[in-house]
Write a protein that binds this ligand. Structure first.
Ligand code: IPM
Ligand code: MG
Length: 356
């Protein structure tokens, strides 16, 4: 029997409840497809601050490095808002991405056919389908750059810096070109090269690398224009590659095309097969513990994990197909429409597991 050993970081807010549903689906998939999951639960985020004083305990990093891959819910919440910046739950998330070398963040923005009417974008714009892959650089740029706060001439100032090196840009661009080769061979590199030096280096480096991928149709777009194009004509995009901060922002925007941010999964990959899988949404502390959170982004992240890190493509396909089936009848409140059965977080997990 194939065994997969993963670290599970349930995190804060709705994290534990959505992760439980994904593990339920993973176990059911294992039974059906002949593998066994082993879960090593560790602390990261606010729960780790409460238990150990820091958002990313050394023990968690060690356990992650020893596992096949890592599965995460979400971290953060108002309880930890008063922590200094470097001890917030979010610092734990950035820390683990850095510590595990997870530089390539894949965020697919697809629309499940039964959910089309839940999208705020008109049918005439979406057409029959929607399938964008955002490739976000995840361990560089302004989220990791030099920063500081001080007092200058009696006024408080703070700064953060956007800095990219050629090798950092090359490796994320390579991931994006490889992804484009497996899809519709269209790549849009998003930057702000009309203003930023770091973006000019980004663009130059992507153009240089494109010589290795003559089949991929490469274009460049400023990030402000991209934000507009995503709602004006999202079908023009196949793969988008961009920096850490731009990818953070654009992926939230793209998620709404799919109807709800509760639907979008992500994979954060290191060199090789190792990765961390998490929904792109946050910990939603306002609805935590009520059983109304949508677990589908997390369940779909489990499918990505099976595909990219665990070599279980059939199980991954089955989970995605089951989600599609379940959406034809059942909805959590965030994607609820009249005529559907309104279900709780755990009922949604049960339905996906039963439809595998
Ligand atoms: C995301 C989140 C994180 C990020 C936060 C919680 C640090 O917004 O994964 O998109 O900015 O990367
Ligand atoms: Mg974000």
């Amino acid at each position: 029997m194939r065994e997969h050993k993963i670290v599970v970081l349930k995190g804060d807010g709705i994290g534990p409840e959505i992760v439980d549903e994904a593990l339920k689906v993973l176990d059911a998939a294992g039974e059906k497809f002949g593998f066994k999951m082993q879960y090593d639960e560790q602390l990261m985020g606010g729960c780790a601050i409460d238990a150990t004083g820091v958002p990313l305990p050394e023990e968690t990093v060690t356990a992650c490095k020893a596992a096949d891959c890592v599965f995460l819910g979400a971290v953060g919440g108002p309880k930890w808002d008063t922590q200094p910046g470097n001890n917030r739950p979010e610092a734990g998330l950035l820390g683990i991405r850095g510590a595990l070398g997870l530089y390539a963040n894949l965020r697919p923005a697809t629309i499940f056919a039964p959910l089309k009417s839940a999208s705020p974008i008109k049918d005439s714009i979406i057409g029959d389908s929607m399938d964008i892959l955002i490739v976000r650089e995840l361990t560089g740029g302004i989220y990791f750059g030099e920063r500081g706060t001080s007092v200058e001439n009696g006024v408080e100032v703070a700064y953060d810096t956007e800095k990219y090196s050629v090798p950092e840009i090359q490796r994320i661009a390579r991931t994006a070109f490889e992804m484009a080769m497996k899809r519709n061979k269209k790549l849009t590199s998003v930057d702000k090269a009309n203003v930023l030096d770091s973006s000019r280096l980004w663009r130059k480096t992507v153009i240089e690398l494109s010589k290795e991928y003559p089949e991929v149709e490469l274009s460049h777009m400023y990030v402000d224009n991209c934000a507009m194009q995503l709602v004006r004509n999202p079908k023009q995009f196949d793969v988008i590659v961009t920096s850490n901060i731009f990818g953070d922002i654009l992926s939230d925007e793209a998620s709404m095309i799919s109807g709800s941010i509760g639907m979008l999964a992500s994979a954060s990959l290191a060199e090789g097969k190792f990765g961390l899988y998490e929904p792109i949404h946050g910990s939603a502390p306002d609805i935590a513990g009520q059983g109304i959170a949508n677990p589908l982004a997390t369940i779909l992240s489990a499918a990505m994990m099976l595909r990219y890190s665990l070599d279980e493509p059939a199980a991954a396909d089955a989970i995605e197909a089951a989600v599609n089936t379940v959406l034809t009848t059942a909805r959590t409140p965030d994607i609820y429409e009249e005529g559907f059965k309104k279900v709780s977080t755990s009922q949604m997990g049960d339905l996906v597991a039963a439809n595998l």
